[in-house]
Design a protein. Structure first.
Length: 427
């Protein structure tokens, strides 16, 4: 019998029946290779009553390695040596665990930590504001699809809405709505899928619940006149003190760069280089960073550089577009709905629609699919970069071409001052 290591796991071949490879150091610790090729770590033991049981420790993966499985097998062995039954303990834990406890375990897990920080923050908020109030006291083994449907309806109908003070000047305003309900149930689905893999749940009652679909992300701004209307509305709302300049400027940068809302709302000064016209977001600061472990490079067209240059520069960790009060990045969702309505933009277009619009203008200017993926920071960038190696100035040049069409909406003399094209002054 070999010691189960990564090399042994990688070399293990499937057969017509499940194959077991047992470890030479820990009795009962083994690798199960299924006919499909799937590989899982197991621990086989005898209960105090003499019954042989086999527990699945977890599926072999990059995150659950042979070393991690060995550590888990040692814990199981200690339980057995102390007269316990690991599988019986898990079953009892499953029956005793409330959904609130499961959600806490989920947010403390390595799988959750693998998500981008912005996603973690949003998911934790949905758990705290929506899922725990509606389902938190339910025992996991008693959770049924009807419970999830009722929770979805409660969140959709605003029954979890709150407006409370958070600190000296801050407020937490949480509204319901169908979109909020959909996102909350998606978090629940992810948590229950994780729980099944960890042996904390046996099924996912949320997976069969119909929650509808998000708005049409194919809606884009096809006409430069729509950008003119957008920029005019931003200026008008600013002048009338109905919109903070930081909010208006953040939306302008999104429109001019194709960046994600979270990337600009959470942008910090340490990410900005106006001298090179580049934003460099570390893996922790953008959506695909956890998967690729690579920084995201955003090329800044001149118009976008000018918007950032007129902000009050703070410390490296300060937000470029700071919120009025409280912690966390700028909230753009609520003001965007009013801006969209007043500008007469297509119903249903979100800030993500500005990103798709930008990509469409890039395509119209001759950018190839791989180039668009790189500028927009899609995860497929890792594949595209194997074949296309282009410099940062090339990335900025493509962004500049697309932004030229968009910022053309600003050429109206009355509105040209919204985005003054001036160089950054280090003084």
């Amino acid at each position: 019998m070999p010691k189960i290591t990564k090399r042994v796991v990688d070399a293990a071949e499937p057969n017509t029946k499940s194959v077991f490879i047992w470890d030479s150091e820990i009795a009962g610790f083994g690798l199960q290779v299924y006919p499909s090729g799937r590989k899982s770590y197991v621990y086989q033991y005898r209960t105090p009553q003499g019954r042989t049981r086999r527990a699945t420790l977890g599926r072999s993966s990059e995150t659950f390695t042979a070393a991690a499985a060995r550590d888990k097998a040692k814990k199981y062995r200690r339980t057995v040596e102390d007269g316990g039954d690991p599988l019986a303990d898990k079953q009892a834990e499953r029956k005793a665990m409330t959904l609130a406890q499961l959600l806490d375990a989920y947010t403390d897990s390595p799988a959750f930590a693998d998500k981008a920080q912005s996603t973690q923050d949003l998911d934790k908020s949905r758990i705290k504001r929506h899922l725990k109030p509606t389902l938190g006291k339910k025992y996991v083994h008693q959770l049924r699809p009807d419970d999830v449907r009722r929770a979805f309806g409660a969140i959709r109908d605003g029954k979890t809405a709150i407006d409370e003070k958070t600190g000296f000047r801050g407020r937490a305003i949480v509204k319901g709505g169908e979109g909020a309900a959909r996102m909350a149930i998606r978090v629940l689905r992810s948590a229950l899928n994780w729980a099944i893999k960890e042996g904390k749940a046996t099924d996912n009652p949320a997976s069969s619940v119909e929650i509808g679909h998000d708005g049409n992300r194919d809606i884009i701004l096809k006409d430069p006149k729509q950008y003119t209307a957008l920029f005019k509305t931003l200026e008008q709302m600013e002048n009338e003190k109905r919109l903070r300049p930081q909010v208006a400027d953040a939306i302008r940068v999104i429109a001019l760069t194709g960046a994600r809302r979270s990337e600009i709302a959470g942008l910090r000064w340490k990410h900005v280089s106006l001298e090179t016209g580049i934003l460099t977001l570390p893996p922790s600061a953008h959506k695909t960073g956890k998967k690729t472990n690579k920084p995201r490079i955003i090329g800044l067209p001149a118009a976008a550089q000018a918007v950032i240059a007129k902000q009050d520069e703070g410390e490296p960790d300060d937000y470029v577009f700071p919120p009025r009060s409280g912690k966390g990045p700028l909230n753009l969702s609520k003001p965007w709905r009013q801006i969209r309505e007043e500008a007469g933009l297509p119903e249903g277009i979100g800030l993500h629609g500005l990103r798709h619009s930008f990509a469409s203008y890039m395509a119209m200017n001759g950018a190839q699919a791989a180039e668009i993926m790189t500028v927009l920071g899609h995860r497929q960038i890792t594949t595209a970069q194997k074949y296309i190696h282009w410099a940062q100035d090339g990335r900025a040049a493509l962004a500049e071409k697309a932004a030229a069409h968009i910022s053309g909406a600003l050429e109206d003399k009355k509105h040209a001052e919204i985005l003054p094209l001036r160089k950054h002054n280090d003084d």
